[in-house]
Write a protein that binds this ligand. Structure first.
Ligand SMILES: NC(=O)c1ccc[n+]([C@@H]2O[C@H](COP(=O)([O-])OP(=O)(O)OC[C@H]3O[C@@H](n4cnc5c(N)ncnc54)[C@H](O)[C@@H]3O)[C@@H](O)[C@H]2O)c1
Length: 395
């Protein structure tokens, strides 16, 4: 097995872009991956100029079509090992499908597409090509998300009765889209954001956290999509009541008008034996509450198995933290963990070996599909005066 760094190509990321930067730092985090080329911008000349101005040397392409075609022709070792797609939502499907068809693994931003039909096509294409494909649900990359998943899925809290999964922000409480903020401009535009702004943008993160941690699926939902800021076509507040496939219930909610809230993603799981509380703004800790006992606060890298609540804890989970507790891990570490696990699958794929891509470490295209199916059903429910709507399942 070669230990050369994997080559990564960026699709999107020029001209004041946001999420490319945490990603590109995470790509370089371990020294085993590096950005080698990019199609950074819709205007071809500007795309080349932005690549020339990139903080370290990369090859610039005039468009992602040119990049995918040129890279696919190169031999393994010279070409990109995976593409990172960080364009606005309406420009996810086309480059993702082209990468898959060219045999290039991809890490795609959420929400994966602007329609369920497109998401279904991507699922089928990934399956047919048998290629690693990740979806960048950042917060799964926190050690505390993996630990929460272990606790809930191993039954330590008993049967799950109720889940409150939320992502609350305040940055669109005013008409931010009129203030020259490019990230706000496209998010409130149905042509570029899709069926839902708030639900697609951050409701999908809350849903993903629920599904990842509990292993439960949504069977039916009742959606309320609100537009609190005048003149908007899409929701800026998203509240969904959910029935889960174990008979439990949940609330999946998101808001962009809750002034003071920044990136307040969290989950509370109430089981028959206890409660788990986690917030991404304090991502180093998981709180467990048991009846008649003081609360237990578990810190990353300071967990011991068989402590009276935890039984055996998988060795890989205990060894997973990268730095001792008290040296805080945060957003960039979460991104790095996702890229690290994705790298493992891409290396296996390059070597012609089986790879995992099973949703246990990072989100898959099937998870991305669930996000779009959820938002689509919520929009339908809202249009039907908040009727209960069945969640579609993947055929
Ligand atoms: N996982 C997360 O935590 C997270 C956080 C923020 C954003 N996102 C997602 O990431 C994506 C990008 O969001 P953002 O906030 O960074 O947006 P942004 O507006 O900051 O960046 C979008 C980038 O795409 C580029 N682009 C547009 N059309 C292009 C084309 N045809 N060819 C090449 N590049 C093109 C733009 O120039 C820009 O560089 C969205 O889908 C968003 O939902 C995810």
């Amino acid at each position: 097995m070669s230990n050369r760094p994997l080559n990564v190509g960026l699709i999107g990321g020029g001209g004041g872009a946001f999420i490319v930067h945490p990603h590109q730092k995470a790509i370089h985090f371990d020294g085993t991956r590096r950005v080698t080329c990019a199609a950074l911008y819709p205007d071809p000349d500007k795309a080349l100029q932005m690549a020339a101005d990139w903080p370290y040397p990369i090859k610039g392409y005039r468009s992602y079509d040119e990049m995918i075609a040129a890279e696919a022709k190169k031999p393994l070792g010279e070409r990109i090992d995976y593409a990172l797609i960080v364009t606005p939502n309406h420009l996810h499907f086309d480059p993702a499908m082209k990468c898959i068809q060219a045999g290039i693994s991809s890490d795609l931003e959420k929400p994966v597409t602007v329609s369920l039909d497109q998401a279904t096509q991507l699922v089928h294409a990934v399956k047919a090509k048998k290629i690693p494909f990740g979806v960048a649900h950042t917060y799964l990359g926190h050690w505390s998300s993996l630990f929460s998943r272990f606790i809930v899925r191993s039954g330590l809290l008993g049967e799950v009765r109720w889940v409150d999964a939320y992502y609350i922000q305040g940055w669109l409480a005013q008409r931010t889209e009129d203030q020259g903020v490019q990230q706000a401009e496209w998010r409130v535009d149905p042509k570029r954001a899709g069926l839902s702004n708030c639900g697609g943008d951050i409701g999908t993160h809350a849903l993903m956290q629920l599904r990842f941690v509990t292993g439960l699926e949504v069977t039916e939902l009742m959606g309320h999509l609100e537009r609190f800021v005048a003149g908007r076509q899409l929701d800026d507040h998203f509240t969904v009541h959910v029935k889960l496939n174990n008979g439990g219930r949940a609330l999946v909610r998101a808001s962009q008008i809750a002034i003071g809230h920044k990136n307040d993603l969290g989950i509370e799981v109430n089981g028959t034996k206890g409660t788990l509380v986690w917030r991404q703004e304090e991502p180093e800790q998981v709180t467990i509450m048991l009846p008649g006992q003081p609360d237990r606060v578990y810190w990353r890298s300071a967990v011991a198995a068989n402590d009276g609540f935890l039984g055996d804890v998988p060795e890989w989970l205990l060894k997973e933290p990268t730095i001792p507790s008290g040296h805080p891990e945060a957003f960039h570490d979460a991104f790095a963990r996702l890229h690290r696990y994705f790298e493992k699958d891409v290396r296996a794929y390059n070597d012609g070996k089986p790879f995992e891509c099973d949703g246990s470490k990072y989100a898959t295209i099937e998870d991305g599909w669930m996000g779009i199916a959820f938002v689509t059903a919520a929009v339908e429910s809202n249009q039907k005066e908040n009727a209960w709507v069945k969640m579609k399942t993947l055929a």
